[in-house]
Design a protein around this ligand. Structure first.
Ligand code: ADP
Ligand code: MG
Length: 579
């Protein structure tokens, strides 16, 4: 906990100057508000009571107050503008730090996390935190100065009246604290209800074709209306408390004002106070409401900010479970030899082993296929090569070097992966292919697209390589997307390749085009192929049949058929199916 506080405060270090300027301005502005009533009291009480009124003094004091107003203006301007700017700088630092940590965390982390949650940690949570960073110290300083200052000055004018005033304040504070809390809880519930509505809408619109095909519009409307009803009652609840809160604060302010006037006039009649004192008192009353609100604001900001910071630290404190070792090496020239040495693997300690004692020695340039029923661990075995996960037992070696000893970046630079699902980023086709090698020129990108059989279809698009292909971009077919992803890998030009069901989701026609570009890509590179349709790997020289017990059969198609084991069974099953 102590470490976390240290960390919390450490974000101020880069902005010390801004922070102290901000604090200074907050103090000055709070102090100035305390001065006006005193000057007013001096004018009404002292100057006006002289037998001969000294107007020059009044003008001078008027001018002085004008100057104070100007100073106050600049202080408030500084707090409002540069104070917030400091908050934003800090928010940027926090966000960059967390985002950079996200980039470091490994697959295992993302297996367990929900993207929406991770996003909100980077946005909403941080926002509440920066509000605290910026307003927290400022609000406290302003409130304390205003409270203590007013208390001292008022006691100096009249102790009894001060005590009456400060006797009411705690009740006001308690009242405001209670309803403020209720109100904020209610507002939080509103947000949740809005979240529910959003989720409903998204679910409905994403599945609108299903809704229509089942003619379930009425039922959907009914469900939606119910959710909307929940929203209305949540809102009603929050307005109830908001109404109470605002009305209560106004009434308390009036109560304090009226009490001051009532007791003040009584005291005037006893002669223990004069009109000028009463005016000063009344002016301070309005001054006291502001710090009450600020303090309430602070308690709430503090809670939210601390929660935000805890959620921030929770992730930041997670060590990536795959890290470069101190002496990790950078691969120089990779031949492409990949060896599995007694490799066993399980995803976590609670689940059984997915891979058992895998031994394989794949020579540079070899084309090797993994087959086996779904869920047997084909994807898993391939994800150990780029060290997305780490072998639980045994080692994976590239050109004789253990992958654990290689810098992750260098390791992954040498491996190209083509998967069933292709992710295209927001941006143009050109950008997306260039993702394979950010330094590539336009010509090199086009060359890669040509090799991947993608150039022709890209040129047929209205905007060619400038076509936007993100979420909101043009709709590309599965085969087209796949060819873009293959072009990426051509551009990357790695010595080791993994094709994980790259053609499984495609129709026969695009499959053969994609297959052709995959074969071109795999020339002279060590290639691991996982294919659902055995026809696509029939020509592989080396086929491994994976089962729960490890690699049960190995060889080429003819040899495996002769064995008449698992492979033959799978093959015959598909062959029959395809007929
Ligand atoms: P295949 O590619 O042969 O269909 P996978 O390698 O994807 O099989 O999965 C092998 C086994 O590991 C399956 O039982 C699957 O449920 C499990 N598995 C796959 N990915 C994960 C993961 N990220 N976390 C936990 N278990 C997983
Ligand atoms: Mg798989």
């Amino acid at each position: 906990m102590k470490g976390r506080w240290k960390k919390f405060l450490s974000y101020y270090t880069n902005y010390k100057v801004l922070f102290f300027k901000d604090m200074f301005c907050a103090m000055v502005s709070a102090a100035i508000t305390l001065v006006y009533p005193m000057i007013t009291r001096y004018i009404t009480g002292t100057i006006l009571n002289q037998p001969k009124i000294d107007y020059s003094k009044i003008y001078l004091l008027g001018l002085f107050m004008l100057c104070l107003i100007v100073v106050e203006y600049f202080c408030n301007y500084f707090i409002g503008y540069l104070g917030h700017v400091m908050g934003v700088y800090m928010e940027r630092d926090l966000r960059n730090e967390l985002f950079s940590h996200y980039q470091k965390l490994s697959f295992r982390f993302y297996d367990e996390q929900n993207t929406g949650q991770l996003m909100s940690r980077l946005t909403n949570d941080l926002f509440s935190l920066t509000e605290l960073y910026h307003h927290g110290p400022e609000d406290i300083v302003i409130s304390i100065i205003k409270f203590i200052g007013a208390f001292i000055l008022l006691s100096y004018i009249n102790v009894k009246l001060t005590l009456i005033l400060f006797a009411i304040l705690p009740f006001m504070f308690l009242f405001a604290w209670y309803y403020n809390k209720k109100m904020k809880t209610a507002f939080k519930r509103n947000k949740e209800r809005i979240g529910d509505i959003n989720e409903r809408i998204e679910d409905n619109l994403s599945g609108i074709r299903v809704v229509k095909s089942f003619a379930n519009e009425d039922q959907e409307l009914e469900r939606f209306d119910k959710q909307n009803g929940h929203y209305v009652s949540a809102k009603k609840n929050s307005y109830y408390y908001m109404g109470r809160y605002n009305a209560g604060l106004t009434s308390f302010t009036s109560l304090i004002t009226v009490s001051v006037i009532f007791f003040g006039t009584l005291f005037i009649s006893y002669g223990s106070i004069n009109v000028a004192d009463l005016i000063a008192f009344l002016l301070y009353v309005t001054n006291l409401i502001d710090p009450v609100k600020k303090l309430l604001n602070f308690t709430e900001q503090f809670q939210e900010g601390v929660t935000g910071f805890e959620r921030f630290m929770e992730i930041l404190e997670i060590e990536p479970d795959i890290q470069d070792t101190k002496n990790a090496v950078v691969l120089q020239h990779v031949e492409g030899n990949v060896m599995f040495d007694h490799v066993s693997f399980r995803y976590n300690e609670q689940t059984p082993y997915v891979l058992n004692n895998i031994n394989l020695d794949v020579k540079p340039g070899e084309y090797i296929a993994f087959v086996g029923s779904s869920g047997v661990g084909k994807t898993t075995i391939c994800s150990l090569i780029p060290r997305f996960y780490e072998a639980t037992k045994g080692n994976v070696l590239i050109d004789g070097i253990n992958v654990k000893e290689i810098k992750q970046q260098s390791l992954r630079e040498n491996i190209g992966i083509v998967q069933q699902d292709v992710y295209l980023f927001t941006g143009t086709i050109m950008d997306n292919i260039r993702y394979g090698n950010l330094e590539a020129s336009d010509e090199e990108v086009i060359e890669a697209a040509k090799k991947a059989n993608a150039h022709d279809f890209i040129m047929e698009l209205e905007e060619g390589y400038d076509t936007d292909c993100g979420q909101r971009g043009v709709k590309l077919s599965g085969g087209q997307k796949q060819r873009i992803s293959i072009a990426r890998v051509f551009l990357k030009n790695p010595p080791i390749l993994i094709f994980d069901e790259a053609t499984s989701a495609l129709d026969n026609e695009s499959e053969s085009i994609v297959q052709e570009s995959l074969e071109k890509l795999s020339q002279d590179r060590t290639t691991f192929v996982i294919a659902h349709r055995l026809s696509t790997i029939k020509n592989a020289k080396h086929i491994c049949v994976l089962t729960e017990n490890g690699i049960e059969e190995q060889g080429n198609h003819e040899e495996l058929m002769k064995l008449n084991g698992n492979y033959a069974r799978l093959y015959n099953m598909q062959f029959k199916g395809e007929k």
